[in-house]
Design a protein around this ligand. Sequence first.
Ligand code: SF4
Length: 852
Amino acid sequence: MSLKPKVGEAGMDLSRRTFLKISGAAGAGAMAVTGITPSLKALAQANQAKAGQAGEWIASTCQGCTSWCAKEVLVVDGRAVKVRGNPRSKVNGAASCPRAHLALQQVYDPDRIKVPMKRTNPQKGRDQDPGFVAISWDEALNTIADQIMALRENNETHKYMLMRGRYSYMRDILYDKMTKILGSPNNISHSAICAEAEKFGRYYTEGYWDYCQYDVKNTRYVLLWGSDPLASNRQVSYYSSVWGDVMDRATITVVDPRFSITASKADNWLPVAPGHDGALAAAIAHVILTEGLWYREFVGDFADGTNRFIAGQDVLEDDFVSKHSYGLVKWWNIELKDKTPDWAAERCGIPAEQIRKVAVDFGRAAPHCMSWVGPGNCMNTRGGYTALICHALNGLVGAADNVGGTLVSNKVHTIDFPSEEAFLDDIAKAGKKHGKIDHRGRLEFPALNKKPGGGVVTNNAADGILNKDPNEIKVAIAYMNNFNFSAQQPQRWEKALATIPFLVHITTNASEFSWFADIVLPDTHHLFEKWGYVKSIGNGYRHVPIMQPVIKPMWESKIDETEIPWLIAEKLAERGFTKMLDYFKTVIDPETGKAPTNEKEFALYCLKFTTHKLWDPAEYESGDKFSGWEEFRKAGVSNSAPYPFRKRWGKMSTKTKLFEFYSETLKEVLTMHAEKHGVDIDKVMEVCKYQARGEKAFVPHYEEPYILGDPKEYPLVFVDHKSRLNREGRSANCSWYYDFKDLDPGDERWDDVAKLNPIDAEKLGLKDGDKVKISSPTGSLVCTAKLWEGTRPGTVAKCYGQGHWVYGRLASKVFGKTPRGGSSNDIIPAEYDRLSGSSARNAVTRVKVEKA
Ligand code: SF4
């Protein structure tokens, strides 16, 4: 059955007093007063413009996912009509992924928030219509400033909170500097619901806490762990454009319980039992060692050249001479010696012979091969160790920092904003000292981003707010986030947000989060209406693409990270608190030396200030060279120098400076955490739900998955995955999202399906097209059954992205009331990989599927 709405039947209950309706009507009213003519005429005119018609290509940046591609936008008569890759980028070049084009539907979405609005219904809840009415920017800013001043007057600035979703590197103004100057410890980013666990694996082996780039041009073997680079997981445009060549020259093996788009183009698909990837990785390492296939130039060798890695036998540490690695023999003795393919096959469900073949072929390709770790396989309750053991394979084959292997970030010369220290008064200094609302650093939440409590535990902030632990949150500002949709077990967020007395949401669309806000502010679209820059890596380069307003901002939208904080700072200064405005004025224009005098100058100067070294020839250090700001602005992107392969060998940022198979770095940080709480490391492991005890905690190893739900009641394991068309969950109000949904293998146009293997469907008495209810111990959703061999028997796979009950007239079935499709997060419990702080979203819950 098609869910496609017919003309005049947009799926909206028009009699319901929704804030979409209010927003549209109020927008028109406000425009009449202010003389602004935003007009949906833009859409009509954009449609008339044809490619090749007179117009200007203007550089900007796409943030539809964290690839952060440099783009160019064709602007005709002030309308953006087309988007393409910026050929000057050495990362993505002219390439574009399929979802780039959906940005046009986003910016001209008639359901965007058009003007500031305030809530008139004091009750908050999913069943409470907020009763939003239009207000002026002046009224909105005055209200916000009054709320902040009340906190300051009562020495309660620690009860202020900032929540961050999609950001540019202008983030420091709103996220970091403003929060500190106001005097709160509570700036909470979205990062831990995104991908922190994979960074944990890299940091505690080679001292690098970030995403990797993969040298696919020169590789001979690509081993992908739950990664689907043709759909998500960074540089989708670049990888999509070169994947044909990669397929020609390299063997590609995809480990994933679901047949992904990348699996459909691979040599091998290993439909692993969810959460057992670590067993497979351990067996691959075992075979590489017993077969003598490790890369000696990087790892080292036995002193006499005789391979003593024999299954079941300990090895003497003194017999092995390490080179650029550390602790291989310890790793073998503690974890690997018994991890044969037969042992792994029983756990991961992949035949032993196939494991052995993959291991041998992978080892023979050393060092030009890569073990590619994505969130799909390590965002689970014990996933930090999954990331550790899968990434450790890169050390074993000498792929780390090597040609055809896994690379880190190139150096680029952007500049930090000035220090805020001199602008913190006593109230701010005292406020900052309070505990954080996400509980990072507590015994049960180590969040070991380089140090105990160095990471964020995004999803746990809901519990912190709800339980007023360590304190209540009275005033909160959030931007471009939607935690009560995008975080697991979002029912907790709904309750938590309802307790915040004053909540401001800066957003392009009326999202689930906005529903609980007291004030909603219209945000700019990053690609078309904002000043900013980002940094990302790929193809052996790091680029710094800028975003700039290529069109006049639609309606009354303002830039989240710079313009809005400036305007709030002005209002605070009027009330006698000048520190924030004084600080902002230190961000001067490097060309003229002038301080900003208004929000528009501030937004521009922030970008010019932080990119100064990239465009000023007098400040040049490396990479692309420009004659000045204007040339850089027009080019829209600066590229680093090429990647310096092998430069980090022997100079890694670990405790030993080596690639650590026995992580002295993790041992040191875990010891610090345990000592802080007066316990031993075994206790930390126990409290945080890991199985490792003793020395095992310091080596890459297999941990059994921790999956909620009694198998008798919940027989299938739930597999969540991402779409090729998801612009981070923000494309749900774009018709092209639904029209092209079958770009995701197994999915259907204009529908939201749960993919079941026909073997399981038969047992459950389900057939194609049945409406089904999927239930877990924490929630349920309704969608359509799809029988599909691309789902591993015993699992059910479903794409993240649909199930919005607001966000727009297309995103929801009945705005404010009935979701279109079902949201995976509604059935995923709030569990964590506590060492990294990551939310668990795979191999974390069992479900039952029954006819709805
Ligand atoms: S959606 Fe992602 S991969 Fe696609 S163009 Fe935008 S940033 Fe690049």
